[in-house]
Design a protein around this ligand. Structure first.
Ligand code: HEM
Ligand code: HEM
Length: 238
């Protein structure tokens, strides 16, 4: 019988570090960016005890800058690590749109789910969507920072467009992050959640949902073999 405690390593610490530094800095950038719009003062949020700071432009701007530094560092780190390790499993492949549709249909009870690699086709598409919007925000954000200094004063219409693109990408990313989180409401995807906190996911789940990836791992067939495994690949969850 399948041992539900048998887990397989899905993410190394470097992946976890990248995910959480991007996720946390992005959330802070949303919160501080909306503060500059300035939404919180307009809708009375600043009147809630403990949240008066959210209407202070200087505080939200400094928060935005601090989170931007973390995001720029995390993105640079992610690009460097991916290139050095030649690790491109998150990049979309030909046929991913069709495959995503097949996966969605299978989740709704129509047809069989195609065999998946480490990431599902829809995860690869989500990655590209999020990455493109983050890059647009980084580039337009850096131009906006330069505009706030004495060194660079671009034309008003250029800054107008840069700001509009920064705002449009903000909403596009918000939509993407919302979709990313909603994906885990579905039972079929939920078993990936422990992986982004602990680095490990259920072995049986990996075997069935990510069979192509599972085949590449050196996983012993029986639990009895567990002690012989060299730490990294397989552990028993507590
Ligand atoms: C705040 C709560 C969040 C949770 C619980 C969460 C959860 C997860 C999980 C479980 C995975 C791994 C899926 C796997 O192992 O295959 C993942 C991957 C990923 N996350 Fe998050 N995430 C969060 C926030 C964010 C944010 C704010 C961003 C982006 C700005 C983000 C971007 C990504 C990307 C690009 C991936 C890889 C592609 C994918 O699996 O869709 N996440 N996240
Ligand atoms: C997830 C990434 C980001 C999001 C969601 C985001 C969101 C926002 C939002 C909503 C605003 C307010 C726009 C307005 O006042 O009309 C803003 C302003 C701004 N953002 Fe971002 N931003 C992000 C990343 C960045 C980055 C990486 C930088 C810098 C490198 C940056 C620099 C700025 C600057 C300088 C302003 C204008 C501040 C001012 O002069 O009033 N942003 N951002």
């Amino acid at each position: 019988m399948a041992n539900p405690k048998k887990t397989v390593k899905r993410h190394c610490w470097s992946n976890l570090f990248t995910h959480w530094s991007v996720a946390i800095s992005t959330i802070v950038l949303f919160i501080s960016g909306f503060g500059q719009m300035p939404m919180y003062a307009r809708y009375g949020f600043t009147k809630i005890p403990g949240f008066s700071w959210s209407g202070n432009y200087k505080i939200t701007l400094n928060l935005h800058y601090a989170a931007a530094i973390v995001l720029i560092f995390a993105v640079t780190y992610h690009l460097a690590v991916s290139l050095m390790r030649k690790e491109f499993s998150l990049l979309p492949r030909r046929g991913d749109l069709r495959e995503s549709w097949q996966i969605i249909k299978a989740m709704l009870g129509f047809g069989k789910e195609p065999e998946s690699d480490k990431y599902l086709a829809e995860q690869r598409i989500a990655y590209l969507y999020i990455a493109v919007n983050v890059m647009i925000l980084l580039i337009t954000g850096i131009i906006k920072v330069l505009k706030n200094t004495d060194f660079y004063q671009p034309g008003a219409s250029f800054i107008f467009w840069v700001s509009n693109i920064h705002n449009a990408a903000t909403f596009a990313l918000l939509f993407g992050v919302f979709g990313h989180l909603v994906a885990f409401v579905f039972k079929d995807n939920r078993k990936l959640l422990p992986g982004i906190f602990t680095g490990h996911i259920c072995c049986e789940y990996a075997k069935h949902r990510h069979s192509k990836w599972y085949c590449t791992l050196d996983v012993p067939e029986t639990t009895d073999q567990l002690p012989a495994v060299q730490g990294e690949i397989l552990t028993v969850g507590d």
